[in-house]
Design a protein around this ligand. Sequence first.
Ligand SMILES: [Zn+2]
Ligand SMILES: [Zn+2]
Length: 292
Amino acid sequence: MARRDLSLLGAHMSIAGGYHRAVERAAAVGCQCLQIFTKNSNQWRDPEVSEEQAGIFREAMRTSGLRAAISHDSYLINLGSPDQSLRDRSVGALAAELKRADLLGLDYVVVHPGAYIDGSVEAGLHRISAAIDDIHAAVPSARAKLLLETTAGQGTNLGWRFEHLAAILERVREPSRLGVCFDTCHVFAAGYPIHQPRGMAAVLREFDAVIGLSKIRAVHLNDSRAEFASRVDRHAHVGQGKIGTEAFRRLLRDERLAGIPMYLETPKGTDAEGRDWDAVNLELLRKLARSR
Ligand SMILES: [Zn+2]
Ligand SMILES: [Zn+2]
């Protein structure tokens, strides 16, 4: 039997103590890929990453055997804001994030599309597309690419309908510099029924028709504490939320997503038996990926 090229499985890790510490944390629990914040995600301040720090991180990646690393943008950023100063600050912050990503050798920066705050969905999508064009123009030779994340749709956040992401991809001047990050918890909370029998297959079919599965460059593997279609974003351990394991099994075994890095963003700490939660979730995912 031919061996399937399974997806790479990893997790979001803290950079406390230095960027290279995230690599050590990931390797210690058996990750094959790693997501980080390149800065404090609740502050605007952009850290200066020295060539030395970046070199240590890249060397740690090489020796660890990890095969992919990406970053997630700051929670303060809002490319859809009607407030010009917040919008400009967001564009600057993401341009700086792409520069840091290149320095660290990260492939992608996951970004929440943005919230429209007031006015219409349409105006928000227009502002987000224009802001992405400005980011691309600010760092024309950046190697790292932005990944628009599917969102839960809390408040006026856009990106919870696949059509929102398709509209942004259609409008930007350089769509080849954009991909998508598919988050299982967010898609479920947004109202896509991946928890139902054959639900994941149907939702992937819809994603393929609206956006195209080839645009998926990363997946976030989170179960949901919040109800289906609640538009509320609360991550749970795999199989311990409202989604259940079947959707994860179907996603992990999809040939069209083979080799795509998939990251846990589930709660940290240890389970009742004292086992690291990331290790527990990764073991369950690997079991699901091998099962029929
Ligand atoms: Zn996510
Ligand atoms: Zn989330």
